[in-house]
Design a protein around this ligand. Structure first.
Ligand SMILES: [Zn+2]
Length: 439
């Protein structure tokens, strides 16, 4: 039988080990790891910014009696949201539009693009930087831990430096003038020598098939290949885009090309859908992001699947611009990796992926289960940005990156995921930890 003295000595050694190791046990009523089943009265054991174990609170507490316990009560712990497509530099857009006398947002897709360009031209680099800083902060407050952010102004890059957000900044390229494209790529080549932030990496964003000539698109994707930059492209967003690529006609030619003084005859060969045009011409690489993916056929979905690309859905933006609904159930059935993005505040009402989930759950009705939406919002986004080994799920060996959320009521465990989606607007993120550090 163990003597009291020996028992005490063992307990002391355990305690000393736990204290020396800086072990912290985070407990919550629900722990939702995403890749494994929900844990009622669960806990996550963290050491040196990494998850050491995850499981039943009482078992982990007994095994690590001297770990510091942080108890989040009736809350839910789950991975941080990942906003896989956004334009944080446009976070002050509505203020700019009002100042520019452009407060009425057009609901037609091409009119909206022209409106965006007019307002965007009215702001300075300093305004863009301030707006980006606001967007980074708003993201953290909404429980977002990683972003796929589009950057048009490389002058504002310093704003990312102090952000704890993970993910990627995609430098945008668009236009038809090959000299200007070459100059832009040369600037990007210099810029990407240094990471945009402590936890952020670079990517490239060829804007869209209707803002790059065929030759320009080929050069941009070839550059991405040489520089080994992941690409994020707005693709298959609207019927106007499809019409333009298939017949070289429609509102994009009549309005956008006329305003930009671009020659529509130099654009991608007519007859292709947006997906076919980019998947079959060797432009897209495995791991690239297709943003929107609304106007797609069954054959297009098959091409995306075989290309190894993720699709980033932006439902609120699509609804605001009346471009249609992405075929979510068909994507899920085909096994296409899906993520969620808010797009910018020029077409969406907030930078919260929780709001996106709540809207999507309602708008798409039964096309995807609550777990599917939560998975897209966390793990799907992490996979899209190449972060799945570090975050997007709560598993041993991952970064201790998680959010703590509350609902206005405590649901039964079997109803939690539905409650988180259906009441997304009422979900409050009370804590966000990234790599073990509270933001
Ligand atoms: Zn966008």
């Amino acid at each position: 039988m163990l003597s009291v003295h020996k028992l005490l000595r063992q307990l002391c050694r355990l305690a000393l080990d736990d204290v020396m190791n800086g072990l912290t046990l985070y407990r919550a009523r629900f722990v939702l790891p995403i890749t494994t089943p929900l844990i009622d009265d669960g806990a996550v054991l963290v050491e040196s910014g990494l998850i050491q174990a995850i499981g039943d609170y009482h078992q982990l507490a007994a095994a690590h009696p001297r770990a510091t316990v942080v108890d989040f009560g009736e809350s839910t712990m789950l991975p941080p949201m990942v906003n896989a497509h956004t334009h944080l530099e446009l976070s002050s857009f509505s203020d700019w539009a009002t100042t520019a006398g452009e407060s009425e947002a057009p609901q037609d897709f091409v009119d909206w693009i022209l409106w965006l360009v007019r307002v965007r031209r009215s702001v300075t680099e300093d305004q863009l930087r301030d707006s980006l800083i606001d967007g980074l902060q708003a993201s953290l407050l909404a429980g977002t831990g990683a972003i796929g952010d589009i950057s048009t102004s490389l002058e504002c890059v310093s704003a990312y430096q102090k952000s704890p957000l993970r993910g990627r900044v995609f430098a945008e390229v668009l236009g038809h003038d090959l000299t200007l494209i070459a100059e832009r790529l040369a600037t990007i080549e210099k810029t990407v020598q240094n990471q945009p932030g402590a936890f952020l990496e670079w990517g490239l964003s060829p804007h869209a098939p209707y803002t790059l000539s065929a030759t320009a698109a080929d050069r941009v994707f070839a550059f991405a290949g040489r520089q080994q930059l992941q690409c994020s492209i707005h693709l298959a967003e609207s019927a106007d885009e499809t019409q333009f690529l298939q017949s070289g006609s429609g509102a994009i030619v009549e309005k956008l090309y006329a305003a930009a003084k671009w020659n529509p005859t130099v654009d991608p060969a007519p007859g292709s859908s947006p997906i076919q045009g980019f998947c079959r011409q060797g432009r897209l690489s495995s791991g690239d992001l297709l943003v929107h993916g609304v106007q797609v056929s069954v054959a297009d979905i098959d091409l995306v699947k075989h290309a190894g690309c993720s699709v980033v859905l932006c439902p609120r933006s699509n609804a605001a611009l009346n471009v249609g609904k992405a075929p979510v159930s068909a994507y899920l059935k085909a096994g296409v990796p899906l993520a969620l993005g808010t797009d910018s505040l020029a077409s969406s009402s907030s930078l919260s992926i929780w709001d996106e989930v709540a809207f999507a759950r309602d708008w798409f009705s039964g096309e995807a289960a609550p777990h599917d939406w939560l998975k897209m919002a966390t793990l799907g986004g992490a996979k899209a940005l190449g972060l799945q080994a570090r975050m997007g799920h709560l598993s041993s060996g991952c970064e201790a990156s998680f959010q703590v959320v509350t609902l206005p009521f405590t649901p039964q465990s079997g109803e939690l995921e539905e409650a988180l989606c259906a009441d997304g607007h009422d979900v409050k993120t009370t804590h966000l930890y990234l790599g073990g550090c509270r933001t």
